[in-house]
Ligand binder design. Structure first.
Ligand code: CTP
Ligand code: CA
Length: 221
């Protein structure tokens, strides 16, 4: 009940959140993906819903989390699907939070039939996917607040600040995968929030609490 009683400071705002891992098929049986479970994005969707926002959650079909109540969910599988979903849903929104872990490369061809094994090695040719946030950064309307995420194993602040500027984001939530309590599948995170105003290191906390900081930023706090 305490959750429901929170301030409705996002009332009237449309927030689009992406969550989970893309899956890039190579044949009808196999795909390339990553370890993202969607927990961080689902937490952001829930926090914004509780604070009164109209929330659309672009959720990977690989996510096994329970749906977030009172949130419109749009499924995606590949990076290309997610790109279409972002274009269709986010460009008239007040905020886009890209927590999805998007493939940078996909198999260059998708075999119509199962690829059979042979003796010796096998190689898969990969091609680049589109960078969705870079596109949004180049096309975003004035009112759209864009929050990206970054996963790094070294040079967290330098690499993440470079992404913030390169993709014209308003904020990036950077996490160092090598810190205990941060990263994939767990309910906690250790993040550094970077904006044009500066760098804020947050201590270990629940993904719900990190989501609260992101909701604060969307609310202009
Ligand atoms: N992202 C995106 N489209 C892609 C790849 C990433 O929109 N094709 C978004 C992610 O959702 C995330 C942000 O860009 O919010 C940063 O993703 P990350 O993988 O950390 O950075 P990259 O720019 O892909 O660089 P690299 O993986 O080489 O570190
Ligand atoms: Ca990447």
């Amino acid at each position: 009940l305490r959750e429901l009683a929170c301030a409705k400071d996002l009332k009237g705002k449309k927030v689009v959140v992406s969550a989970g891992a893309t899956q890039e098929p190579m044949d009808p049986v196999r795909y390339l993906t990553n370890h993202s479970t969607g927990k961080m994005g689902y937490a952001v969707a829930r926090a914004c819903m509780l604070r009164g926002a109209d929330v659309t959650l672009l959720a990977s079909t690989g996510c096994t989390l329970p749906p977030v109540p009172f949130v419109k969910t749009v499924p995606f599988t590949t990076a290309a699907d997610l790109f279409e979903a972002v274009k269709a849903n986010a460009m008239d929104a007040d905020a886009l939070v890209m927590a999805a872990a998007v493939a940078d490369y996909r198999p260059a061809t998708v075999a119509a039939d199962k690829v059979k094994k042979h003796d010796g090695e096998m190689n898969i040719a990969l091609e680049r996917t589109d960078d969705i946030l870079a596109w949004v950064g180049a096309h975003k309307p004035e009112k759209l607040f864009v929050c990206g995420f970054s996963m790094e194993t070294r040079d967290l602040i330098e690499n993440s600040t470079a992404k913030l500027h390169k993709k014209n984001m308003d904020m990036i939530v950077a996490n160092n995968l090598k810190v205990p309590g941060a990263g994939f599948g767990v309910d906690t995170n250790v993040v550094t929030i970077i904006t044009a105003q500066g760098v804020t290191e947050l201590p270990l906390q629940s993904k719900d609490a990190v989501a609260g900081h992101i909701a604060d930023a969307i609310a202009g706090k």
